[in-house]
Write a new protein. Structure first.
Length: 270
């Protein structure tokens, strides 16, 4: 019993074998996948919904990634407001700040982030956070957590720190605001000790696992295209850190997922 709480399955890297990838995930015991609805920006941020409508065990998000923040306009916001009403949409994201690539100006990223938090609040959906600072800096974390504290936390809807790469102090700030912390394949990388240190401290009942497919394939698949079946390796690494089996981590994070999203009545059986 495992859940991949964050996968980008709509991308071109899955065009040749998407159905087989999803079938392999089911065969590996992945009971639920969350298809992230960023796509290439406003042109196709309903991509997660399209997959969720095709597969009973797939849920979706919607949102404009900070990379495409410069493409956001009122028409995009209006369309997301309507898409948020779709029954398989369970979160708004991934949204946030990326100061590493700076594909969109930082001021624009912040404005679009705040606007999407407003829309998510109206839709009563939790948010999925992308946060990547520039090299040797905590700038994006300071800005991102500060905006969440001011603009989002009072509403009590919480969210997920997706593909967590920060330190334990940043994780604790988010936990205090009702967030879950999700770990991806990079927790298995040899140089990712900071992520493993944080994973040792995050309470097990506040933890999720993900692949962020097709990115960040975990050891021993590093260098390959990532896919949801590989989320078991994330669970294995977390289990080794905490003294549990991969199956124990899978069961706990599955329970966490269903509790956070109130999806117990919608669970599917592998």
């Amino acid at each position: 019993m495992f859940i991949d709480s964050h996968a980008h399955l709509e991308g071109h890297r899955f065009d040749c074998d998407r159905e087989q990838v999803i079938a392999r995930a089911r065969a590996a015991g992945i009971e639920t996948i969350v298809a992230i609805g960023n796509g290439e920006g406003p042109v196709n941020f309903d991509c997660g919904i399209q997959l969720a409508e095709k597969y009973e065990f797939i849920y979706a998000t919607i949102g404009i990634h900070p990379h495409e923040a410069k493409l956001a306009d009122q028409a995009a916001f209006d369309r997301m407001e309507q898409l948020a009403k779709q029954p398989k949409v369970i979160a708004w994201g991934e949204i946030g700040l990326d100061y590493f690539y700076d594909h969109s100006p930082r001021a624009v990223q912040q404005q679009v982030f705040v606007k999407q938090m407003e829309l998510a609040r109206s839709a009563k959906l939790p948010i999925v956070i992308h946060c990547r600072p520039s090299d040797n800096s905590e700038d994006a974390w300071d800005d991102c957590l500060g905006l969440i504290q001011k603009q989002w936390a009072p509403g009590g809807l919480g969210g997920i720190l997706h593909c967590f790469t920060g330190n334990i102090l940043q994780a604790k700030r988010a936990l205090d605001m009702g967030f879950m912390v999700s770990f991806a394949g990079n927790v298995t990388f040899p140089k990712a000790q900071q992520i493993r240190d944080a994973a040792l401290e995050v309470p097990m009942d506040r933890m999720l696992i993900e692949t962020d497919s097709p990115f960040l394939a975990p050891v021993p698949h590093r260098g390959r295209r990532n896919e949801p079946a590989f989320v078991r390796e994330v669970a294995r690494q977390l289990g080794e850190l905490r003294g549990f089996s991969a199956e124990d981590v899978g069961r706990q994070t599955t329970e966490n997922f269903h509790r956070f999203f109130s999806l117990h009545e919608k669970r599917t059986t592998v």
